[in-house]
Design a protein around this ligand. Structure first.
Ligand code: NAD
Ligand code: GLY
Length: 364
């Protein structure tokens, strides 16, 4: 088993990665000293993996209840989140309860936000079951829900007590979802780790074939990068914003097309191509690097062109509610080269407009 430590002082925690971890109950139960828990999952993941978690809780004599949410990004709302609070209150759970998120990024973000706000904050544990959640969303403590006017606009920073990544859970994941997770893995190479990007170019086919060794390495490397970035900048005052490469474009796509039509990872993949292309237009990223970026994202089975029905105006309006906007100025994560990103508002509005028009024209 690989164990990484996210070093945040008293809020630090371990990230365990290996096949078969759901069969190691003590990894989970040692973090529930007060012996009460609410497991939050969804209608797809619960039939697959809930029994393994609840039997661990039974074995350890932990009093627990379960809340099973509807499955889908379109349910990542305040209304549906209320089901978790209802589950907590109906079972008379107090401040000593520990929430357990069993599922992908949607369940993890919602359960984490419930933990951040229930009785002003209780503990929670992440058991991520999608590739995307294993390499990104379960680590770092960003939690929240969507609003019809903007993605992830309501939320809190709240770190879990531990992250348990059982890579065997990927065996039941659909190919399209696996590809979505590859987007966030490629992101780490693009923003911070050029050798890892090169490794991904060599191993992308193995990853799509679910080669176990390749997946284990990609998950571990991604978590290590994310843990370092979060340890240095937990509240996104600086470097952590780099983890948003492609997200400003991507969130606009997700919101415009209706949450769930494009998977988050697909929107991020396309958004990274748009960010790379704008970086090239600005004279920062060279032609070859743009081509390599687009090629790897395409080989990961991800879309590289925005939805043709969107307009530049729509992009602009939705991008204007991004969390990186400061004093009204849009800031974007752009690339200087593969492995080096920056957050900047140093671009002309006309260049962004031209880029959006060019990408939309090419997709039409
Ligand atoms: P998801 O949670 O919707 O999961 C994708 C699909 O896979 C769902 O239908 C789910 O039920 C199913 N599923 C999950 N595990 C499975 C398994 N083992 N076998 C079979 N099916 C399984 O989507 P996601 O891609 O995991 O996460 C996307 C969400 O994560 C978005 O809401 C995004 O905003 C959020 N996110 C958050 C962060 C963060 O830092 N908090 C980072 C990246 C993404
Ligand atoms: N997924 C971006 C972050 O955690 O900051």
């Amino acid at each position: 088993m690989a164990t990484l430590d996210l070093d945040l002082g008293e809020r630090g925690y371990p990230i365990h990665i290996d096949a078969g971890l759901l069969d190691k109950p003590e990894l989970l139960t040692r973090h529930i000293p007060d012996k009460t828990a609410l497991v939050v999952s969804n209608t797809t993941v619960a039939p697959l993996y809930l029994a393994r978690v609840t039997s661990a809780l039974d074995e350890a004599g932990i009093r627990y209840a379960t809340t099973i949410l509807p499955d889908g990004e379109q349910y990542k709302t305040l209304e549906v989140l209320n089901q978790v609070f209802t589950g907590l209150l109906e079972n008379r759970f107090g401040r000593d309860v520990c929430l357990i998120a069993l599922g992908g990024g949607v369940v993890g973000d919602m359960c984490g936000f419930a933990a951040a706000s229930y009785q002003r904050g209780v503990g929670f544990i992440q058991i991520p079951t999608t590739l995307l959640a294993q390499v990104d969303s379960s680590v770092g403590g960003k939690t929240g829900v969507n609003h019809p006017l903007g993605k992830n606009m309501i939320g809190a920073f709240h770190q879990p007590r531990c992250v348990i990544i059982d890579t065997d859970t990927l065996n039941t994941l659909e190919d399209r979802q696996l590809n979505a997770g590859l987007a966030e893995i490629i992101k780490y190479g693009l923003i911070i780790d050029r050798p890892f990007f090169g490794w991904l170019e060599e191993h992308i086919d193995a990853l799509r074939r679910r080669d176990k060794q390749a997946l284990a390495y990609a998950i571990e490397r991604s978590c290590a990068i994310k843990a370092d970035v979060v340890a240095a900048d937990e509240r996104e005052k600086g470097q952590r914003a780099l983890l948003n490469l492609g997200h400003t474009f991507g969130h606009a796509i997700e919101t415009a097309t209706g949450y769930g039509a494009w998977l988050h990872g697909e929107a991020v993949g396309c958004g990274m191509v748009m960010a790379a292309s704008l970086s090239n237009r600005l004279g920062w990223l060279d032609d070859e690097s743009l081509e390599r970026s687009r090629d790897l994202i395409q080989r990961a089975g991800l879309p590289v062109a925005p939805p043709p029905e969107m307009t530049a105006r729509q992009f602009r309006d939705l991008m204007a509610v991004d969390k990186k906007v400061q004093q009204g100025a849009l800031r974007l994560v752009l690339l200087r080269q593969i492995g080096e990103a920056l957050v900047t508002s140093e671009f002309d509005d006309s260049q962004l407009q031209a880029e959006l028009e060019a990408r939309l024209a090419a997709s039409g």
